[in-house]
Design a protein around this ligand. Sequence first.
Ligand code: GAR
Length: 205
Amino acid sequence: MKLAILISGRGSNMDSILAAVKRGQLPLAQPVLVLSNVPDALGLTIAREKFSMHTEVLDKNELKGWEYDKNLMTVLRKYEICPTNSLVCLAGFMRLLSPQFVHIFKNRILNIHPSLLPSFPGLHAQRQAVEYGVKISGCTVHFVEEGLDTGPIIIQKSTPVFSYDTEETLSNRILQDEHLIYPEAVKMVTEDRVKISGRTVQISY
Ligand code: GAR
């Protein structure tokens, strides 16, 4: 199964997936493209220099919804990425995909979010968790639906929140777990071990 990884920044989750592929841990995943909506995203350099990946930039960020995503479709088509043969992995891609795009790639888009969804969706999830005073937070990999950080959950991993935590310390601790669960989720989906039934995801081992 082909993988397109979409990023906006440093790309550490992208790195964790590409590194797992390189180690032979995701034998059915074939990464073909890393795309960013931010031209100077650090992850693009890592993708090219560390992993010899093709990269693309689509920075028409003034375009909203489907107007942007039509361009995205064109780029994906260039790499023969389509819903029947591919998975689109959002790895810190800070744009909301349009309902049209989500519909076309139904159950073919994964996202990672730094909280135990449905708690703390949206921006600054780790800051939200610290400010709310929760004792446990974590990270979630889920299928993408139209809403923000919604969609059937594939894997979650919990992380304790300590009284001395700041947004930064909690983010760092959660990120370590993100790097474990995202490759694991990609592995399960590419191996066709994941069945969606309504909101629920069943995994066969
Ligand atoms: C990660 O913490 C990811 O969970 C978060 O952005 C960061 C990207 O870091 N995504 C979201 O908040 C999505 N709602 P990375 O570029 O190093 O992978």
